[in-house]
Design a protein around this ligand. Structure first.
Ligand SMILES: Cc1cc2nc3c(=O)[nH]c(=O)nc-3n(C[C@H](O)[C@H](O)[C@H](O)COP(=O)(O)OP(=O)(O)OC[C@H]3O[C@@H](n4cnc5c(N)ncnc54)[C@H](O)[C@@H]3O)c2cc1C
Length: 403
């Protein structure tokens, strides 16, 4: 399925027309940046959205939007294509060593949606362009522009042609992902020494036994994610703590799949249909939500681990919070704005991020999944609670997203 791209092409054609001054420049057209830009433009701000890549572009991800993320898009009228084209997922299947298997549903008829980032990100960038955002692709942010008082006044960028310029803005939103150029330059984020994990992923046809569940298979030293996707394809991904054999990531991924006692039969006839993508280290810690003139959003504001499957929802919501903070203060150079965003993010994500970190530790401990299975057998409500928390179902309306 290809979405109409006319508007985006028109916007692209305007790239490189000279120095720019705007209300807000958003760097990064992933879910956080595109969502923030859309909300700001709908609120009346002049917004420029920059990305180094043209859309659609490949993106390593499990491609699953949890029920909370679907609900958020629905509240702003952006869920239509996701719900029409995304595969409905009822919950998560987690397996451990020794045959332990835990299957939990989101409950109340709620579903997540598996829709490739190729489509999702294009849809969100198209929505931004339709809201009036000036979308410019093939533009790479190099560094924040900073005035003599230390306030960020925009961003220095390099066009695809090699030309450089400064895009000046009252506010900058850094939504440029886990390796955010802007956040790193300002010393706002770091990749922690521990845990260090890397991901290798691709799409495959012929994976058997796919159902309406995202799957996570936890093994000693690594885990494997399998998610059903469009046209019967499977999204397969290995997350590992070791960088051994990263020279040939495809071989590494397929060895993990074919050596796995539970998966080997299911992938016996599978065939890789897309290039392998590798990423890492995965975790990002942020020690602030921004600096005067610049706010962080999405993975650039911190990332725990893919296993909880809520990165997309957190990215969208974080983009929305940054946009709301700017609109509510009329884009003023308000000293309290950073405090407000910090409190808003703590209220929205504080408990969730503590849960995610606890889950990351539990799963890195092989006995943890075994104990989880015992706990789930003894108290199924515990499992239900865990899956519901990972799916952010408290942000969803029961039954509203049933397939
Ligand atoms: C292996 C893996 C599997 C995952 N699976 C899931 C899942 O199933 N469900 C889920 O909810 N989450 C998942 N996540 C998390 C999810 O992918 C992220 O949380 C999400 O992509 C964050 O969105 P974002 O907009 O912050 O950043 P991104 O999606 O990374 O977007 C950042 C954008 O910034 C652009 N950019 C970067 N640098 C520059 C620059 N210097 N100049 C201009 N543009 C720049 C990039 O091109 C990109 O378009 C997974 C993550 C990993 C690593």
């Amino acid at each position: 399925m290809q979405l109409p791209r006319v508007r985006l092409e028109e916007q692209r054609g305007r790239a490189g027309t000279g120095p720019l001054t705007t209300d807000v420049v958003v760097v990064g057209g992933g879910p956080a940046g595109a969502f923030a830009a859309t909300m700001l433009a709908r609120g009346g701000a002049r917004v420029v959205l920059l990305d180094r890549d043209a859309f659609p572009r490949p993106k390593l991800c499990g491609d699953t939007l949890n029920p909370g993320g679907v609900a958020l898009l629905r509240t702003v009228g952006l869920a239509g294509p996701v719900e029409r084209h995304g595969l409905a997922l009822d919950g998560m299947l987690v397996t451990g060593t020794s045959g332990v298997s835990i299957r939990g549903t989101y409950g109340d008829g709620l579903v997540g949606r598996a829709w490739s980032r190729h489509h999702l990100d294009l849809h969100l960038v198209e929505a931004a362009a339709q809201a009036g955002v000036d979308v410019r692709t093939g533009v790479r942010a190099q560094a924040p522009a900073v005035d003599r008082d230390g306030r960020v006044t925009g961003v220095r960028v390099r066009q695809a042609s090699g030309a450089t310029e400064v895009v000046s803005a009252r506010w900058t939103i850094a939504a440029d992902g886990r390796r955010s150029t802007l956040a790193l330059a300002l010393g706002l984020i770091a990749h922690p020494a521990r845990p260090r994990r890397w991901a290798i992923g691709t799409y495959a046809e012929g994976v058997e036994g796919l159902g309406r569940f995202g799957e996570m298979h936890v093994r000693a030293g690594h885990y494997i994610g399998v998610a059903p996707g469009e046209a019967g394809l499977a999204n397969v991904c290995l997350v590992t703590a070791s960088r051994d054999q990263m020279g040939d990531p495809a071989a590494r991924l397929w060895r993990a799949l074919r050596d796995d006692p539970l998966l080997r039969g299911r992938v016996a006839r599978a065939r890789q249909v897309a290039p392998v993508i590798t990423l890492g280290p995965l975790a990002v810690d942020a020690h602030a939500v921004g600096v005067p003139g610049l706010l962080l959003a999405g993975d650039a504001a911190g990332f725990v681990d893919p296993m909880t499957g809520d990165g997309l929802h957190i990215a969208l919501r974080g983009g929305g919070l940054a946009a709301a903070a700017l609109l509510d203060t009329s884009l003023r150079e308000d000293a309290d704005l950073l405090t407000r965003l910090r409190l808003d993010r703590r209220a929205a994500f504080g408990a969730k991020l503590r849960f995610n970190r606890a889950l990351r530790s539990l799963v890195s401990w092989p006995m943890g999944v075994r104990l989880g299975a015992v706990g789930a057998a003894v108290a199924p409500s515990l499992l239900r609670h865990l899956i519901a928390t990972a799916g952010d179902v408290t942000h969803s309306t029961p039954g509203a997203s049933a397939a």
